[in-house]
Design a protein around this ligand. Sequence first.
Ligand SMILES: [Zn+2]
Length: 210
Amino acid sequence: MKKKLQRTTGLRVKMDNVANACVLSEVWFGESDGVHDLVVVNVSEGIGTGIFVNGRILRGRDGMAGEFGHVQIESDGPLCPCGGTGCWESFASNRAALRYYQEITGKPSPPSFEALVRLAQNGNAFAVQAIDKMSLSLGRGLRMIASALAPTEIVVVGEITNAWYLFGPKIEAEMKHNSLPNPPRLRPSIEANTARLRSAVALVMNDVSL
Ligand SMILES: [Zn+2]
């Protein structure tokens, strides 16, 4: 992919996963100036995390660090695209919320996550329940991340940040429930709609500046 893009555009191409790019974006453009320990959680069809510790991205072997989305939460949970079962993302991703709606109502889920959020915004109690379940699972996972990495801040990226008032308070309450002292600050990414795009710019800036 990288080579193909380079050949087609004639430009040098830099690639990284979304979560890592978003971490750099928060460091470069976000409100996290001076924060050296930061985790970005990208919530979409799955969940990816980008970890910024001691002033740099944690990559691990083969760049595979931060796959918290595939930590098993329940051994007999739903099948995950990674081939495992009961991964965190199968309980806390956009996909999970649609499944919850289906389970609660016994009806087909709305056509998209955005449609589910709109239903909740319009006061549909089942959609709200589905979103609450997703938020609870997200909060539990964030507690795990907070305990493991002790970041100063956790920043959430994804469609849920467009309706943060529906998700944020539930996620934060669960993250702080029974947590270790001094839990991290939790906030949605600034400028929800451009977060991922801006992250691509940050990727290049980071490369040039280091
Ligand atoms: Zn998985």
